[in-house]
Ligand binder design. Structure first.
Ligand code: ADP
Ligand code: MG
Length: 246
């Protein structure tokens, strides 16, 4: 059984159908790269998975639990349990500006109060080491580079021990010379078998790290497949046209 199963997911804003009954699976350890033109529904798809948007139809199953089944959402408590299993990283970092790096990492786990402060502190130290920012633990976001901010955002998402990480164009807001350090952290996560869905324009990353590429256009998944095959032999004109512009 797939870890995540999305079936006939539908989302519209008024008359605009942003997601037209899309279906896909994500298995444990998958790294799925989602590509496609601006406005094709990539962010809406990702945001729907973590309940930042509510869909107008279809189902999202995570493990044994349904976030939404045939358009009917589960109870708030269940939704919360499901969404805390997923970590999300945004294009614009969304760090808390008034908190230090370390405080950004520790806030959510402390609010949940499932663990001792010592455990939380030890994990934030480990994760800051992992993303190469232990020396910036007491800095404020304003004093970090974009690449550093994004690495903090990744570490913060990992603090909740997610079973899957969702990335929405994590390097699109960065100066080109800073994208590498973020992609490197993501690549290492993939090597450690983190399940990931990555919306990205970084075709190199998709080719090298993803085991599946999903091409979206106009609210639909046009095709999906292994990166080597899809990049060398796209099956649809729309995919060809998009890839030739990259
Ligand atoms: P992508 O991430 O692929 O660029 P989005 O998911 O952000 O695409 O957007 C898909 C479509 O939905 C676009 O046409 C966008 O203008 C529209 N859209 C997104 N969010 C909203 C919203 N809150 N209200 C109305 N339209 C929206
Ligand atoms: Mg987007």
């Amino acid at each position: 059984m797939a870890f995540i199963e999305v079936s006939n997911m539908k989302k519209s804003y008024g008359k605009l159908d942003v997601l037209k009954q899309i279906s896909f699976d994500v298995n444990k350890n998958d790294v799925v790269a989602v590509i496609g033109p601006s406005g094709s529904g990539k962010s809406t798809m990702l945001r729907s998975l973590v309940h930042l948007e509510e869909v107008n139809g279809g189902s999202i199953r995570v493990g044994d639990d349904y976030l939404v089944k045939d358009g009917v959402y589960s109870k708030p408590q269940e939704i919360k349990q499901i969404t805390t299993r997923m970590g999300m990283v945004f294009q614009h970092f969304n760090l808390f500006p008034h908190l230090t790096v370390k405080e950004n990492l520790e806030l959510a786990p402390r609010l949940v109060k499932r663990e001792s402060v010592a455990e939380i502190k030890s994990r934030s130290t480990d994760l800051l080491e992992k993303v190469g920012l232990i020396d910036r633990a007491n800095a404020y976001p304003a004093n970090l580079s974009g690449g550093q901010k994004q690495r903090v955002a990744i570490a913060r998402a990992l603090m909740m021990n997610p079973e899957i990480m969702l990335f929405d164009e994590p390097t699109s807001a960065l100066d080109p010379e800073l994208t590498g350090e973020v992609l490197q952290v993501m690549k290492r996560l993939a090597q450690e078998h983190m399940t990931m869905i990555v919306v990205t324009h970084e075709m190199g990353f998709a080719k090298e790290v993803a085991n599946r590429v999903m091409f979206m256009d106009n609210g639909e998944i046009i095709e999906s497949g292994h990166p080597a095959e899809m990049f060398s032999n796209p099956q649809f004109e729309r995919t060809k046209a998009f890839l030739s512009r990259q």
